[in-house]
Design a protein around this ligand. Structure first.
Ligand SMILES: *Cc1c(COP(=O)(O)O)cnc(C)c1O
Length: 404
């Protein structure tokens, strides 16, 4: 049974105060909070297991290696990858995207095409621009509409024999729109293009099945799903990962090194040069255990309730406009008060203990589309409550009074 009062007890940070007020944490799309169960794993690792992995014959090294590799199996099971070696540890979503973009440098030629969506995070735009500069490939953009949804018909017309890679996020961080990635993947595969999906925003809310989606690459960050910062994974289909050249050279990623020629290690180590974030990987496994124990169906249902409640309450405020009004969205509300800069609203909310994000949310093209400098973004997690939303709504009313 989903009981938010009990869940909140798992998150020590939720009982702290900010500016003399109880913390209301609505910046979950930037990073999620960490439950005691995951904090304990981190403390336990440094108290009992800390050692470098894979190389040592000593007990500590073997224990750390076992825990790190067990976490990889957990992550594999969670995303339903066919093989554990299709799970590459990274430092996060950005790293995963860059790894794939770099690999495609070797596979693309002048005149090839890459398609990205208009709803992307900067981390999903810049690496592709860099890739196009290196290879002479062209970047095409799937346009969006006023609801913050991708124009799927327009996407279909962009596809052709030159399309080599399609890149789209599963859920937009700025607007919360859930993109129809099943359809996008199917259509892209019809012309032989590979698809990389950014799952940074979806993985905290839904449990994606990479085999059922038939996606070629899927990237996530642990810190958006109750894990620590600085760790994430790239899922890639075995065939694709074998085709891509290594990203970084170093220890761990080699089979044999001589000055004449170095041969690379097999997957996944080919892409895991250097000492990784060992504790982070283990803690990521613990975070996945934690979220599965709460249950993704329960999480989605509860967050939907929060979204509806907050949307209705906020829309009662005159002059408040919500950006991103797709029927298919997660618990993210991006909004502005007419004539008031989002930063000023955010500052007043912070005085009241309410943490929201203001600005362009690393998605400037979306803001340009709506011709606004940015928005106030409140993003909810399964440990938030309706009474916290009431505090937000009162705060927004207060900001409106003070600033207009
Ligand atoms: C947060 C986020 C990223 C970047 O994640 P990092 O952990 O900073 O690498 C990329 N894409 C989306 C959609 C995000 O929400």
């Amino acid at each position: 049974m989903f009981k938010v009062e009990n869940i909140r007890k798992d998150f020590p940070i939720l009982s702290r105060q900010v500016n003399g007020k109880p913390l209301v944490y609505f910046d979950n799309a930037a990073t999620s909070q960490t439950p005691q169960q995951v904090i304990d794993v981190i403390v336990n690792y440094y108290s009992n297991y800390n050692a470098n992995i894979h190389r040592g014959v000593h007990a500590l090294s073997q224990e750390a290696t076992d825990l790190y590799e067990q976490a990889r199996y957990k992550i594999q099971a969670h995303f339903n990858a066919k093989h554990a070696h299709e799970i590459i540890y990274t430092s996060g979503t950005t790293h995963g995207i860059n790894l794939v973009a770099n690999g495609f440098s070797a596979l693309l030629k002048k005149g090839d095409e890459i398609i990205v969506s208009a709803l992307e995070h900067h981390s999903n735009i810049v690496p592709w621009q860099m890739l196009c500069e290196r290879t002479g490939a062209n970047l095409k953009v799937i346009p969006m509409n006023q609801n913050g949804e991708l124009e799927i018909k327009a996407f279909e017309t962009l596809l052709n024999q030159n399309t080599k890679l399609v890149f789209v996020n599963h859920i937009s961080n700025a607007l919360g729109t859930i993109n129809p990635i099943d359809h996008i993947i199917k259509k892209a595969h019809e012309v032989g293009a590979a698809v990389l999906v950014d799952g940074a925003q979806s993985s905290p809310h839904i449990k994606p099945d990479v085999q059922a989606l038939d996606v070629d690459f899927y990237v996530v960050s642990a810190h958006k799903m109750c894990g620590p910062t600085g760790v994430g994974v790239l899922y890639g289909k075995e065939d694709w990962l074998n085709k891509l050249p290594p990203y970084q050279g170093g220890g761990e990623m080699i089979a044999e090194v001589t000055f004449e020629k170095t041969t690379y290690a097999a997957l996944p180590h080919k892409f895991e040069a250097g000492t990784p974030n060992i504790c982070g990987g283990i803690a990521f496994g613990a975070a996945i255990d934690y979220m599965n124990a709460v249950g993704f169906d329960a999480i989605a249902a509860y967050e939907h309730e929060l979204l509806e409640y907050a949307t209705n309450k906020l829309l009662e405020i005159e002059g408040l406009k919500i950006y991103g009004t797709s029927r298919h969205k997660t618990s993210v509300i991006s909004f502005n008060l007419e004539g008031i800069h989002p930063y000023d609203v955010g500052t007043i909310l912070d005085k009241l203990g309410v943490a929201v994000r203001t600005g362009h949310h690393c998605a400037q093209p979306i803001m340009d589309y709506f011709k606004i400098p940015g928005t106030v973004r409140a993003s909810f997690a399964f440990y938030n409550t309706k009474s916290e939303i009431d505090i937000l709504v009162e705060g927004v009313k207060k900001a409106k009074m003070m600033l207009s």
